[in-house]
Design a protein around this ligand. Structure first.
Ligand SMILES: [Fe+2]
Ligand SMILES: [Fe+2]
Length: 166
């Protein structure tokens, strides 16, 4: 399904609102993900661009799960730069498990597809591949966004109102 940028933005706002309104999700605004980008800005960018990509490609998928899974893919809720705050020294490998545990606690209706998106977004670093196309899309878009965040200063500079970057 092809869409105009305005249609994609409206759909993103509609799908992201319930998750962004969940109290602990706002905590991600307090952690740095890469460079000057907070974790909340990062997950909002990944969620929006994942939705935009499936629309541009005309890929039929579960957009609700795509957006919620993407918003929760880094829901680990600690500063990974602070070795005292991180639960272990293997953040790159273990943070999907921490994110999944928090998501299951705060979202009891989490679906298998959303679990797949969260648990397998670090493939191939974590050698357990995504099982659904939505999880593959988020894993790919996450890598692109992370690379941009490392090299660009505040790439999602339009971010306002708590992390909604678009
Ligand atoms: Fe991650
Ligand atoms: Fe990420």
């Amino acid at each position: 399904m092809n869409s105009t940028p305005e249609e994609i933005r409206q759909r993103y706002e509609e799908l992201s609102f319930p998750t962004l309104a969940t109290p602990r999700v706002a905590l991600m605004a307090g952690y740095v993900q890469h460079g000057q980008t907070t974790t909340l800005e990062h997950v909002a960018a990944v969620a929006y661009l994942s939705l935009a990509l499936v629309r541009w490609l005309g890929l039929h998928c579960d957009e609700r799960a795509l957006v919620r899974g993407a918003l929760l893919h880094d829901y680990y809720l600690y500063d990974w730069h602070d070795h005292n705050a991180a639960p272990d020294n293997w953040h790159g490998f273990t943070h999907p498990c921490h994110a999944l545990r928090n998501a299951e606690k705060d979202f009891p209706d989490l679906t298998d597809l959303e679990r797949d998106i969260i648990a397998h977004h670090m493939f191939p670093l974590v050698p357990s591949p995504p099982r659904h196309k939505e999880a593959l899309v988020v894993s790919l878009v996450d890598k692109i966004c992370s690379t941009v965040e490392v090299f660009a200063r505040q790439p999602w500079h339009k971010a306002e109102n708590g992390g909604t970057a678009w």
